[in-house]
Design a protein around this ligand. Structure first.
Ligand SMILES: Cc1ncc(COP(=O)(O)O)c(C=O)c1O
Ligand SMILES: [Zn+2]
Length: 422
């Protein structure tokens, strides 16, 4: 079987040797196509191809990733790909996953069950976002070093992202280390620590007031897409903007499967992942599944913004759901509101990949009420000792929401994914 991406909406195929395989060739500006990596029956256990004691997941699992296949298809040697990762960013490492006895006790689990926490707060940029972006950056570095693109290092086109949170920090951290220019599109009113961190990392800040004549939608996204149309690179953590982000996000799931496998665990009862744009949950679940870990995805949204919950109920039995995109995924009508403010995306851009994971793993969407979001935001740092933000602890809020339906001897996983910055 030829390996590559298949558009979930129109079926278009894009091979792994394609330069800049960001979006479906039939996409016409509405971002209602998404290239998903084809499922490969012959891939076997991904962990078999993991690289010894190597800590950097972009080296350890390189043979599973699209950027690596792209490099080899164009004649780069495997040894050169390893050096390329080291030169691009060698700060990645396997983040820890451990059973938190304090959280397990607090939530009433018994000694054979409990809560396993994968602590992502120490990852590059303080969250999982850099994993999504690194696979884009590595593709670019390969293309540049093999002369497959029209630019060279001094004339690099700018990377572009619309975000004022963890994704922007991750983008600026990676771009700074790789000496690549970055444009960040942020709301007109944004201020505070994130903006000053972006400035100190050398990112170009573009404030985006709504302009007369703008179509509906977030002006930061409108300006980002205009920049991309003019040649900037979509350095995005949303699959419909750049398919490669989903590829690199799987590293989190591979690490999870490998760590739990090391403890003799090949199945858990629930994998709680907080959902904003939806790329994280889709990539984590798929990566975990690829290691053979059985882990029903419990995708967590807040009551103040839950577009995935609606899409899941309408699309779960629709075999061609991506063709009915606007029927299933509609922007959240009221002003999104929650203490977990990093997951208030009014659309779940990666809903198609999320629904595939929910179906395949036998999972569900959990809508956490705000009092549980607040309780989780307090309990997570004080009881686990991990300095996680309310957004990063929202998966725990999902666990609290459905705790009464989960057995005391069940094993559940939560992703603590973003460090607290205030
Ligand atoms: C800490 C943290 N966790 C989870 C998410 C959700 O990721 P996604 O937007 O891919 O659903 C975000 C996104 O902003 C985040 O910052
Ligand atoms: Zn398409």
């Amino acid at each position: 079987m030829i390996d590559g991406f298949r558009c979930a909406s129109c079926g278009a195929f894009v091979g792994l040797d394609a330069v800049a395989p960001w979006r479906c060739p039939n996409e016409n500006g509405d971002r209602r196509h998404v290239l998903l990596r084809m499922e490969r029956a012959d891939v076997g256990d991904p962990l078999v191809s993991a690289d010894g004691d190597e800590a950097n997941p972009f080296i350890r699992f390189r043979r599973l990733m699209a950027w690596h296949a792209f490099a080899l298809a164009h004649g780069m040697s495997d040894a050169e790909t390893v050096q390329l990762v080291r030169d691009t960013n060698d700060g990645f490492h396997t983040t820890p996953v451990t059973r938190s006895s304090s959280l397990s006790d607090e939530l009433g689990f018994g000694p054979t069950g409990g809560v396993w926490v994968k602590d992502e707060t120490g990852n590059v940029g303080g969250s999982q976002k850099a994993r999504h972006l690194m696979s884009i950056l590595l593709h670019l570095r390969v293309a540049e070093s093999l002369g497959l693109v029209s630019w060279t290092e001094p004339t690099r086109p700018s990377l572009a992202i619309s975000s004022c949170g963890n994704a922007a920090i991750a983008a600026a951290t990676l771009a700074h280390a790789a000496k690549w220019p970055l444009d960040v599109f942020i709301p007109e009113w944004a201020s505070g620590l994130t903006v000053s961190s972006l400035e100190s990392l050398g990112a170009r800040i573009n404030r985006c007031p709504r302009r007369a004549g703008d179509p509906p939608g977030d002006p930061t996204v409108l300006r980002f897409r205009e920049a991309v149309a003019k040649g900037a690179i979509p350095f995005s953590v949303q699959g419909p903007e750049n398919a490669l982000c989903l590829d690199g996000g799987r590293t989190f799931g591979w690490e999870l499967g490998e760590s739990l496998g090391g403890e003799g665990i090949d199945a858990v009862d629930a994998l709680f992942v907080q959902v904003g744009g939806g790329a994280f949950a889709a990539a984590v679940s798929r990566g975990a599944r690829e290691t053979g870990l059985r882990a029903p995805l419990f995708a967590v949204q807040t009551e103040g913004c839950a577009p995935l919950a609606r899409a899941w109920s309408s699309a779960r039995d629709d075999e061609v759901m991506a063709r009915h995109w606007s029927e299933h995924m509609r922007a959240w009508e009221s002003e999104p509101r929650s203490l977990a403010d990093g997951i208030l995306d009014d659309e779940t851009y990666d809903w198609v990949a999320d629904v595939i994971e929910l179906r395949t793993t036998g999972g569900r969407v959990v809508v956490a009420r705000e009092h549980n979001v607040i309780r989780a935001s307090l309990m997570a740092p004080s009881i686990s000792g991990i300095d996680v933000s309310p957004t990063g602890a929202a998966g725990l809020a999902g666990l609290m929401e459905c705790r009464s339906h989960i057995d005391d001897d069940a094993r559940v996983v939560v992703a603590f994914s973003g460090v607290r910055r205030d």
